[in-house]
Design a protein around this ligand. Structure first.
Ligand code: G3P
Length: 216
């Protein structure tokens, strides 16, 4: 399972990349706007730390997506062009596939959308589970259905569980065999923690100190 960070903050990426377990970064226009930094510079800095950095097009028409995606892909080999799940987006996915440019299809909320994006040649699809939960639906049920469908065919498209909110989302995504999960920095920071690890380590250290020779 690959773990990505959902952020446009380079320092957060550098920190968690230092743990040795970070496989990629997903950005979106909202995250980039929040940081207020230059988009190209941000993306290129992230490419120094991870082999996959999703950079989202902001155009909504095919020609505009094509122009932006071609430009992003030219910046660095680690860039994955992120395209919204629309009919224009499907045309763009088909085009980028023909050019061997990697893509991530964003704003996936249904199985038919997932299938269309895979057929258009998306490298990755991103179903947003937290936003479905927020709307009173069951986001993880969508992942389960998509993974069921993926079992029936030989789609090369990887399923990236996006809009995760808590550690259980990561556990459930892994149990379903999703290829990738992306999560915000704060969620990443929770994953290594368990109170029994902390108390167990404290006890080991205390017991060890008890048998150390005292300084004269
Ligand atoms: O980047 C896509 C997705 O992960 C957004 O998450 O928290 O804004 O629903 P969120």
């Amino acid at each position: 399972m690959k773990l990505f960070m959902d952020t446009a903050n380079v320092a957060q990426v550098a920190e968690v990349a230092g743990w040795g377990i970070l496989d990629g970064v997903t950005t979106n226009p909202s995250l980039v706007a929040k940081e207020g930094k230059d988009f190209q510079q941000t993306v290129l800095e992230m490419c120094k730390h991870v082999p996959n950095v999703s950079a989202q097009v902001t155009a909504t028409d095919f020609e505009g997506m094509k122009k932006q995606g071609d430009e992003y892909a030219g910046w660095h080999k680690n860039i994955v062009v992120k395209v919204p799940m629309t009919v224009e987006g499907l045309k763009a996915l088909t085009y980028f596939k023909s050019k061997n440019i990697r893509t991530n299809t964003t704003l996936i909320f249904s199985v038919p959308q997932a299938i269309l994006a895979a057929k258009a040649g998306a490298s990755i699809i991103s179903p947003f589970i937290g936003r479905l939960d927020d709307a009173g639906e069951d986001g993880m049920a969508l992942i389960e259905e998509i993974m069921d469908v993926w079992m029936n065919y030989d789609f090369e498209t990887e399923v990236l569980v996006a809009s995760t909110r808590h550690p259980r989302h990561i556990v459930d995504a892994a149990r379903l065999g999703a290829h990738i999960a992306t999560m915000p920095y704060d969620l990443f920071k929770k994953l290594p923690l368990h109170p029994l690890t902390d108390s167990g380590l404290k006890k080991f250290q205390e017991d060890w100190e008890k048998v150390q020779p005292k300084a004269a």
